[in-house]
Design a protein around this ligand. Structure first.
Ligand code: MN
Length: 291
């Protein structure tokens, strides 16, 4: 199989705060370098690189806000995150866990550091991805999937060289638990230093890797920690050689090929739908949630 050529390697852009709890580097949609469609169906990628939060009695986070038209996928690598939404879902995810929230027709939610983590303080590292929904599912009812580390598909490498954790999709016959609306592959590669792995991902999928921990060679190119690697559509295969112990987030998905109208927390196809979302929010149609 032909190899996927690396199109771009992006260093983490300067971080900004989302609320007072999430210090993130926005790789997507970014400052015009990649654009809104380039990684469809993945629209937004906020990466919270490792940061130490001091202890506090008042959990840091982001207060009540709406979403419509997409899914928020939150992956905790360090620390613990709590979530409440107006559809009645509540959850806490810890190291290695994923929260997959389908906002679809709309809800209100709030996202905070979990209480005991807040009190003790400590190292925090996370990713939030916005997965766009196809037009025909944007107004579906909201849903919530808590994908604990235990529930993930696991493909073990020989000789204890590591594991591929499958959040969504299918790696060599092992399936991930996430229910998705369009074809998506989402894995954590956790490899020991020196380990090698070959991945085959469809050429026409939009594909990127994020270096969560450590360094590796991807198709012969050395990639530093916290960097984002975008692949072209010219091949299927990616070879990984772990230079150190590594954790790599793999994102690959079939493009939606639909127009995007994006405004703040709303992600629709047309501006009339954004105007409708704002009107629905202002008239209380997203439900109720206490601060
Ligand atoms: Mn949110």
């Amino acid at each position: 199989m032909a190899i996927k050529t690396i199109e771009k390697v992006l260093a983490p852009p300067p971080p900004h705060m989302v609320g007072d709890g999430f210090r993130v580097h926005s790789f997507l949609p970014g400052d015009g370098r990649l654009g809104k469609q380039r990684m469809s169906p993945f629209f937004l990628l906020d990466y919270g690189s490792k940061v130490e939060f001091p202890p506090t009695d008042t959990p840091r986070g982001v207060g009540v806000h709406p979403h419509r038209g997409f899914e928020t996928v939150t992956i905790a690598y360090k620390g613990r995150i709590a979530h409440h939404d107006s559809a009645g879902h509540h959850g806490v995810i810890g190291e290695g866990d994923v929260q997959w929230m389908t906002a679809a027709s709309g809800l209100l939610h709030k996202e905070y550091h979990e209480e005991s983590f807040s009190r003790s303080g400590g190292l925090f590292q996370m990713v939030q991805i916005w997965v766009n929904l196809p037009a025909k599912h944007k107004m579906d009812p909201p849903a919530y999937q808590e994908i604990t580390h235990q529930l993930m598909g696991k493909h073990l490498l020989p000789d204890q060289n590591g594991v591929v954790e499958i959040i969504a999709g299918n790696f060599r016959g092992t399936r991930g638990p996430a229910r998705t609306f369009t074809p998506i592959e989402m894995y954590n590669l956790k490899l020991r230093a020196g380990a090698t792995l070959e991945l085959d991902l469809p050429a026409h999928y939009n594909t990127a890797f994020l270096m969560i921990q450590g360094a590796a060679e991807l198709n012969g190119t050395s990639i530093s920690p916290d960097h984002f690697v975008l692949f072209q559509h010219d091949g299927e295969s990616v070879s990984v050689v772990a230079s150190t112990d590594v954790v790599i987030l793999v994102l690959s998905g079939e493009p939606l090929d639909e127009p995007i109208a994006a405004y703040g927390p709303f992600l629709m196809n047309h501006w009339s739908e954004i105007e409708q979302a704002i009107q629905d929010f202002n008239t209380g149609k997203f439900g109720l949630l206490d601060d």
